[in-house]
Design a protein around this ligand. Structure first.
Ligand code: B12
Length: 226
């Protein structure tokens, strides 16, 4: 595996395949120390945080999901990898909360019954990186509580995350309620559920957009600042 910083320079823009494989091996072995060492080295080499999120954390979790689906790894190994990834996200937090805050704010939550929260957390971190105040509520947020927070904080935007296609009916019910309580609040939707349909129906709601990547989120956030 590559260890010296000069070599890490190469993948500032694109995380090297060898580094990815080393990270994945460490993740599958449940070796948090080795994962942290790779992340530290990437940060020291000036790796872009968004690239690290997508090319290292997201890619490895998608691969682990496939391995779990094919019964190549146990639920315990998948849970351990997930827990390590959440710790890696905490490791880079100092960088996320580093800059000055703008006046805009966003609430980001996973809808009720949705327990996949890492993607939503990445979206929240990106908003923070761009200087927006972000209220990240995490997994399985009950709708009444979300509505109350929207009322209290009056965010510039709301972001909702949905991974499971089976939760789409819950999302639509939530959108009905949120839309009548806050007709003008722009709502951004994201997550793997929209790869398998539901995008057109969701975007039929006024002021609701489905975003398919963190790049699209970044563009949307930046365009709102002008
Ligand atoms: C970790 C994991 C879990 C963990 C989650 C823990 C946690 N703290 O989040 C636990 C153990 C809880 C779990 C449970 C289940 N899981 Co699971 N899980 C995964 C796994 C391996 C990784 C998820 C992840 O974090 N991915 C990485 C993130 C970064 O990717 P992401 O979510 O897509 O997010 C990105 C974008 O979508 C986008 N995005 C996401 N949200 C938002 C929001 C906004 C506003 C924006 C702009 C963008 C955005 O930006 C992110 C960065 O690019 C996936 C595999 C996979 N393909 O993802 C399976 C997977 C999602 N799980 C799956 C399944 C089946 C389940 C269970 C039903 C299993 C079971 N029988 O119990 C339960 C359901 C629980 C529930 N009710 O939600 C299936 C779903 C299949 C399907 N077609 O729907 C997958 C795909 C595994 C597989 N290959 O079969 N899981």
């Amino acid at each position: 595996m590559k260890t010296n910083l000069i070599e890490y320079e190469i993948m500032r823009e694109d995380i090297d395949e060898l580094i990815y494989q080393s990270y994945l091996d460490a993740l599958l072995a449940g070796d948090r120390t080795q994962c942290a060492s790779i992340v530290h080295k990437l940060m020291a080499a000036g790796a872009n945080l968004k690239d690290m999120y997508i090319q290292l954390f997201q890619r490895s979790l998608y691969q682990i999901g496939e391995m779990w689906e094919m019964r190549l790894i146990s639920v315990a190994v998948e849970h351990l990898a997930t827990a390590i990834t959440e710790r890696m996200l905490s490791l880079v937090q100092a960088q996320v909360f580093d800059g000055p805050l703008r006046s805009q704010s966003i609430i980001i939550a996973c809808i009720a019954g949705e327990h996949h929260q890492i993607g939503a957390r990445m979206a929240a971190d990106l908003c923070e990186l761009l200087g927006w105040r972000c209220y990240f509520l995490g997994a399985n947020t009950p709708l009444p509580d979300l509505l109350q927070l929207i009322e209290e904080r009056r965010p510039t935007m709301l972001g909702l995350s949905l991974c499971l296609g089976s939760r789409l009916p819950t999302l639509f019910k939530s959108l009905d309620t949120i839309r009548s309580a806050s007709p003008d609040l722009p709502i951004l939707l994201g997550g793997q559920a929209f790869r398998r349909g539901g995008m057109a129906a969701a975007q039929a709601y006024p002021n609701v957009s489905c975003l398919s990547s963190l790049d699209e989120l970044e563009q949307r956030i930046r365009s709102h600042e002008q």
